[in-house]
Design a protein around this ligand. Structure first.
Ligand code: GLN
Length: 539
């Protein structure tokens, strides 16, 4: 059977959770053992999001195949428990780039190259190529931006044209505000969004309504009347205790059956063991028995989306260990001076020091790492976090007072972290870091790393330009720092550990591979250590 398509379009505003809705539909279809894959379109003219600041874009997500992609890929992977590929990410930059390259190569000789049909054809052929090569039962295409934006208008037009050739189900995600004064769900904005879609020649099969409270029957009736679609096609997407409940919530309303019917898929039975194990994980997330506090230390904490995968990895580890994790966001730039008040750290059961680029906030991270080491608070350092754990150790335990990373102080006498050899001659910035899945060896059976993964070889995703300086391996080892993970050729240090207490740093980003049903081993270890710390405090 040929691939069927679902196109998700958001109206009124961004931030309604198109990624979560897309991921929830992927999961719903997976519960029936259909092969469903996402495609994400982003309208910006960057080739990818790798050159954007987290404050512009949120987290840059990295796939095994080195692609730097939109953070929605993180949501898809966390729900689907599958590793995806970079060809599923379409951006304005990639699409315009290939049309222009084709024109220069003489691919359109004699023609005036235009948005319609050349760019729209490019989009359709890319989507068809994905369907041909990966042969999914369903491709769910999430359209970034909002209906009515200039940035995605050509893409929406391409989707309209796609529906002339293939079976396409359109989903309109919209917002229903509730006015405090009258306590009534207002449908007018949703009606206007719907009308905009009609102007684009698209009549959605379903309207999914984001709202803070349950969709009232009267609201459904009103919307159904104005949109001229049946009431059961207006789908409630009210706030949930956990995002991972949304596929189940959608199924409770019968959305799965209608969607499968509209797609014209060959009927499959629900895979009950998949559904039940998801349900029990959701239950453990919502009402766990234990409770601990974890601090996320970062330099972009004002935008939580910068650390979406770290936050989710903690939620996954919490579900695995039956523990609620109360998160505290700690902006490291507020802790740059040794005489700052560090009691916030003392109050935590565990600390995660996150990745990042540039000097701002790094001294604060070092101070917080020192505090958690001295107070015996379990600490996990990720990428930059690992690099600064090594720097802190060199300063405090090896007496190398001006130790630093050459990224932050190129004049430092003791550059514990230096640029990767492979990076020294690279001048271009896009897609040139050490990226994607890299193997790492864990030779030491007594290490936290080995205890966490229980495997000699692990593969984690990376995104960095700097590395541990091998000239300092012996000096720091003598002072007690354990180097517990190396690349296969042993040239790069991938894991460092304090040796005393629970302190581990990794050059990789383990959060990028954490899934609801397969939590990242290092996060589980951190949470277990934090639970032990909490209990030791209580006694
Ligand atoms: N800035 C550091 C580097 O490039 C760390 C990167 C990161 O945390 N992702 O190596």
């Amino acid at each position: 059977m040929s691939t069927k398509y679902i196109v998700v379009l958001g109206s009124l505003m961004s931030g309604l959770g198109k990624g979560v809705v897309t991921a929830s539909m992927l999961k719903m279809l997976d519960f029936y053992d259909y092969k469903a894959l996402p495609v994400k379109f982003d309208g910006y003219l960057n080739f990818d999001c790798g050159t954007m600041n987290p404050y512009q874009h949120g987290e840059v997500f990295v796939l095994d195949d080195r692609s730097e992609v939109d953070m929605d890929f993180g949501i898809y992977e966390r729900f689907l428990n599958k590793s995806l590929t970079g060809d599923l990410s379409l951006t304005g930059g990639k699409l315009f780039g290939s049309v222009i390259a084709k024109e220069r190569a003489g691919g359109y000789l004699g023609e005036t190259v235009q948005i319609i049909p050349h760019l729209t054809n490019e989009i359709i052929s890319r989507v068809e190529k994905i369907a041909e090569s990966k042969k999914p039962d369903v491709l769910i295409i999430e359209t970034g931006g909002t209906v009515g934006d200039i940035e995605n208008s050509y893409f929406i037009e391409a989707m309209r044209q796609l529906s002339l050739k293939h079976d396409v189900v359109f989903i309109n995600l919209t917002y229903l505000p509730t006015l405090d004064v009258v306590g009534e769900q207002k449908t007018k904005p949703a009606q206007i969004g719907f009308r905009l879609l009609l102007e684009d020649g698209i009549r959605p099969n379903f309207i999914i309504c984001r709202s803070s409270s349950k969709l009232l029957e009267s609201t459904k009736e009103k919307l159904a009347l104005f949109a001229n679609i049946s009431k059961d096609r207006i789908i409630d997407d009210k706030d949930q205790e956990t995002l991972y409940n949304i596929p189940l919530h959608f199924m409770d309303m019968g959305f799965d059956r209608l969607l499968i019917k509209d797609l014209g898929l060959r009927p499959h039975a629900r895979n009950l063991s998949k559904v039940n194990s998801w349900k029990s994980n959701v239950k453990r997330t919502i009402s766990p028995s234990g409770r601990i506090k974890v601090g996320i230390v970062g330099k972009y904490t004002n935008l939580r989306d910068s650390y979406a995968s770290v936050k989710e990895a903690l939620i996954h580890a919490g579900a695995r260990t039956d523990t609620r994790i109360d998160l505290t966001w700690i902006e490291s730039s507020g802790y740059e001076r040794p005489d700052n008040d560090f009691s916030i750290v003392d109050d935590m059961d565990g600390i995660v020091v996150t990745g990042g680029f540039g000097t701002r906030g790094t001294e604060g991270m070092i101070n917080i790492i020192r505090r958690s080491r001295e107070k015996g608070i379990p600490c996990l350092g990720i990428c930059l976090g690992m690099q600064l754990m090594a720097v802190e150790y060199a300063r405090s335990m090896a007496g190398l007072h001006d130790a630093n990373s050459s990224e932050f102080n190129p004049k430092s006498k003791h550059k514990i972290i230096v640029m990767l050899d492979s990076q020294r001659h690279i001048t271009e910035k896009g897609g040139t870091m050490r990226l994607g899945a890299q193997d790492c060896m864990l030779p030491d059976s007594n290490s936290i790393a080995y205890h966490s993964y229980k495997s000699r070889v692990v593969s984690e995703r990376h995104r960095h330009r700097y590395e541990f300086n091998n000239a300092y391996r012996d000096i720091l080892k003598k002072r007690g720092l354990k180097l517990t993970g190396m690349t296969r050729d042993r040239k790069l240090v991938e894991f460092v550990e304090w040796g005393d207490g629970f302190g581990i740093g990794t050059q990789s980003h383990p959060e990028l591979k954490s899934r609801f049903e397969a939590p990242a081993p290092l996060f589980v270890s951190l949470v277990e250590a934090a639970i032990a710390h909490f209990k030791s405090r209580a006694t």
